[in-house]
Design a protein around this ligand. Structure first.
Ligand SMILES: NC(=O)c1ccc[n+]([C@@H]2O[C@H](COP(=O)([O-])OP(=O)(O)OC[C@H]3O[C@@H](n4cnc5c(N)ncnc54)[C@H](OP(=O)(O)O)[C@@H]3O)[C@@H](O)[C@H]2O)c1
Length: 434
């Protein structure tokens, strides 16, 4: 049986997981593929470090350049993370005509265009299933399963840390900082946690999915990104009373009339009747609407050693089959087919809103707020004053009809200057999934 010889660069959580999974299921994969996947080298930073997954000393090296240049190596697996050395690793392998598998969403988000161009130039494919939503094969879905569709909507819960925090805040009435501390203790959140809770990790992944779905490379700087730091237990509770669950959503919406695609990441109220409201804990889900297929849903573990290893194995299989059949890239890493593709600035996008104000408990307050919204032609669908709140200021919840983000920001700035408003208003978008 023919062999594919792998150089795995990185023997940490994912690298160790891939090594272990190949030990467990390598023979099964070989029988399915007709090709044996053999680990030839594993490059790490420190070969003497104690590792949770034992890797034979004879395979370990701290010289990634030598590992990828090894003449017997014909497939390189980049699992080191980061964007500086990892970029050099991927480019060096591609320049040698060796296909590369990577799980590195930060690298793709920052340098995707350059890496795809290098893959094309050197006739070596780049595979990246593990870079988005861990064990969910969403890249394959967009590039192959739904290739016959125009993707009109894509919504993703793609950051397990944020979903874990929001789920526990809802289910236990727990406070954001207490749950975050717990998540860090359990290893679900990094220290510092900024990349996850400020929405940047989700933006890296949503940018990749949006690019694949719409055929032009989305610059991460164009993705409006808002994390979950400002979501309070009170908002989760009030949203619950209104029949919603707050989720950090990646939102990709095609707007034909504006000839543009909205690509954003923000916390949103999701109706409890929608399936995404029930995706809890560290789980991820991606909801995709195609013009031919209709609505589809993909659910699973979005990160972690085994889920991510499963996605890497899928790429190893594709790479092995391409090598076996002598096809450089049966499926190209990225096919830009929308020359005039444009990301819709969020200011032009239309959203529904949940607004929480702290207002002086005085007659006439609502009339003043309604007058400002009326002048801005922004309609309210409901106004709720939650019971059980007393004192000089009390919460007031407004549910706002469709309004442009610009009109809403202007109206909110006027409302917050009213003497009856205490503190800054809280605005959370409401997703209707239309
Ligand atoms: N962890 C997840 O759940 C997950 C999920 C999806 C995607 N990913 C992505 O997978 C990638 C790897 O993540 P991870 O969690 O496995 O990271 P990790 O546990 O920190 O492992 C990184 C590995 O890279 C090695 N390394 C770092 N610099 C190196 C260098 N200059 N030369 C050789 N080896 C070097 C490290 O060596 P030492 O062991 O000697 O320090 C370590 O083995 C990242 O891009 C991440 O975004 C991770």
């Amino acid at each position: 049986m023919r062999q594919v010889n792998l150089a795995i660069i990185g023997g940490g959580t994912v690298g160790g997981g891939v090594f272990q999974a190949l030990q467990r299921n390598g023979a099964l994969m070989a029988s399915r593929l007709g090709m044996e996947l053999r680990v030839a080298r594993v490059a790490v930073r420190d070969v003497r470090k104690a590792r949770a997954v034992k890797i034979p000393a004879g395979l370990l090296t701290d010289d990634w350049k030598a590992a990828i240049s090894d003449p017997q190596v014909n497939l390189v697996v980049e699992l080191m993370g980061g964007t500086t050395t990892a970029r050099k690793v991927v480019l060096a392998a591609l320049r040698q005509g060796k296909p590369v598998v990577t799980a590195n969403k930060a690298l793709l988000s920052a340098h995707g265009k350059e890496l795809f161009a290098a893959a094309q130039k050197h006739g070596a494919n780049l595979y990246y299933e593990a870079s988005v939503a861990g064990g969910i094969p969403i890249i394959k879905v967009l590039r192959e399963g739904l290739v016959g569709n125009r993707i009109t909507r894509l919504y993703g819960i793609v950051n397990g840390t944020c979903n874990y925090i929001l789920s526990r805040m809802k289910l236990e009435g727990a406070d954001f900082s207490a749950v975050l501390a717990d998540a860090q203790r359990l290893g679900y959140a990094e220290t510092p946690p900024d990349l996850d809770i400020d929405g940047h990790d989700a933006a890296h992944k949503i940018g990749i999915l949006a690019s694949l779905a719409h055929g032009f490379w989305v610059n991460p700087k164009q993705i409006y990104t808002e994390g979950i730091r400002a979501v309070t237990g009170q908002d989760i509770e009030f949203a619950g009373q209104l029949g919603y669950t707050i989720k950090l959503l990646g939102v990709v919406k095609r707007h034909d009339e504006q000839r543009a695609v909205q690509v954003s990441v923000y916390p949103a109220l999701v109706p409890n009747s929608h399936v995404l409201a029930n995706v809890n804990g560290v789980f991820n889900a991606v909801y995709v609407r195609g013009d031919v297929v209709g609505d589809t849903l993909y659910y699973g573990r979005g990160a972690g050693q085994d889920a991510t290893a499963s996605a890497v194995l899928s790429d190893l299989a594709d790479a092995a089959l391409d090598l076996k059949s002598g096809v450089k890239s049966r499926v190209a890493p990225f096919v830009p087919h929308e020359r005039d593709g444009r990301v819709l600035p969020l200011a032009e996008a239309i959203s529904r809103y949940y607004v929480r104000l702290n207002v002086a408990d005085k007659p006439g307050t609502l009339a003043k707020i309604a007058a400002i919204l009326g002048r801005a032609r922004i309609g309210m669908s409901s106004v709720i004053q939650p019971e059980g709140h007393e004192g000089k200021s009390v919460p007031l919840i407004l549910m706002i009809h469709d309004a442009t983000n610009t009109a809403m920001a202007k109206a909110m700035s006027q409302i917050s200057r009213l003497p009856v408003i205490k503190g800054a208003p809280t605005l959370i978008r409401v997703e209707s999934f239309e």
